[in-house]
Design a protein around this ligand. Structure first.
Ligand code: ADP
Ligand code: MG
Length: 372
């Protein structure tokens, strides 16, 4: 059965016990439904959280929903296992906790993965980035730079990763590894892998790291990791350093510098034999570009910086230099924000490559424009 088919058969089965929140789940603009208690339900829409009017009839019906969800994926939620972490066949990611651990009553959060697909044109229209930033990122993709997308939860990392992946030049073999299939990549030659959670007995887990090890034996040109959040960081960095150009991934961090430090911490967890210095050196030379994206209170997403990673100095400090940065964001009377990401006046170290490949992106693009 195809994944879509599997999803819809499954949906018919869960629709009954999720009836009070079904309309919310079916609303494409809703990205998360959070049941704190039978009569207290919140939703996330366009990056903002709102209280919903809907409710379950009582605690028993929320509990029944949690039980049924667990059962439908061959698990249990009860006194012995008061927490459930599950991924449903239709792509929803569910976490539930029952009383007494959850004080107010059975608590469930359902994260729907976004199916929105944007392009650079959309991003420019939204003000997420400028035309020059889009062109520069496109050049980085064409040149096979290793890129990390960094940001907080819901900042738009995965969406941006999809957009970048859709700029990969033809003729390559791409392997995509994710926890849940989210990335929307239209490409001729691509293999998608998805992790598997352990069963009730704690067996059978297939991690991102396992899948990354398999990928390396499957002749990838580029490896894309949906979210780097464990020991796979080490394999990814090593893959980048052994001739796999153009690898991409996202990481949860607040600045390009933090993203690199986080990557180091994750990789360190995977192999304590490797000296700190050796690891830092590997990371410093593996990652070329970090793109930082953030979500603002008005619901907008903006690229705050595009930085180049130059390496690590002898004090163990990563040399990360902004090429583009958004230094001022001004709140307007209507509550929205305005601000434009600009070049900081530093050329990327691979300027020569840009020139040699005849990309129509002259040096002047990296100069600071004086205010007219
Ligand atoms: N540039 C953008 N402008 C507005 N909304 C966006 C933008 N990028 C992503 N979104 C929306 O934000 C939500 C979270 O995006 P996602 O890429 O899943 O974030 P993350 O991977 O950082 O958690 C989605 O609903 C998506 O449609
Ligand atoms: Mg994501």
């Amino acid at each position: 059965m195809s994944q879509d088919n599997q999803g819809s058969v499954f949906e018919a089965a869960i629709k009954n016990f999720l009836a009070p929140i079904w309309d919310l789940l079916k609303d494409d603009s809703v990205t998360e439904v959070m049941v704190n208690r039978h009569d207290e339900i919140w939703i996330e829409k366009g990056g903002k959280v709102y209280k919903s009017e809907t409710s379950f009839s009582d605690e028993d019906s929320v509990r029944a929903a949690a039980n049924n969800i667990a059962q439908s994926v061959g698990r249990r939620i009860d006194d012995q296992n008061p927490r459930l972490d599950a991924r449903l066949p239709n792509g929803y990611r569910i976490h539930a906790v029952i009383p007494p651990c959850a004080r107010k009553g059975t608590t469930i959060a359902i994260r729907k993965f976004s199916t929105t697909q944007f392009t650079f044109e959309d991003y420019i229209r939204f003000g997420t980035m400028t035309l020059d930033v889009a062109r520069f990122l496109d050049i980085c993709m064409k040149l096979g730079k290793n890129i990390l997308v960094s940001g907080g939860t819901g900042s738009g990392k995965t969406t941006l990763l999809s957009v970048l992946c859709n700029r990969i030049p033809k003729g390559q073999r791409i392997i995509v590894i994710e926890d849940s299939s989210e990335l929307q990549i239209n490409y001729e030659h691509v293999v998608f892998f998805e992790t598997r959670m352990a069963n009730e007995l704690g067996e059978g887990e297939v991690s991102i790291q396992d899948l990354l090890k398999s990928s390396l034996r499957l002749r990838p040109d580029r490896i894309i990791v949906g979210e780097v959040r464990g020991g796979e960081a080490l394999e990814l960095v090593q893959a980048m350093n052994t001739g796999h150009k153009g690898c991409l991934g996202t990481v949860h961090a607040n600045s390009p510098q933090d993203a690199i430090v986080r990557l180091e911490a994750l990789a360190q967890g995977a192999d304590s034999q490797l000296s700190e210095k050796a690891l830092q050196h590997q990371i410093g030379s593996a990652i070329d570009i970090v793109v930082q994206i953030s979500r603002y209170p008005d619901g907008s997403r903006r690229i705050g910086s595009v930085a180049e990673v130059l390496g690590v100095n002898d004090k163990g400090v990563y040399q990360v230099t902004d090429i583009y940065s958004l230094d001022r964001l001004v709140k307007k009377p209507d509550g929205s924000y305005s601000g434009v990401i600009k070049p900081v006046g530093v050329e990327p170290t691979f300027m020569k490559e840009i020139v040699d490949h005849q990309f129509p992106f002259p040096r002047e693009k990296f100069k600071i424009k004086s205010a007219a």
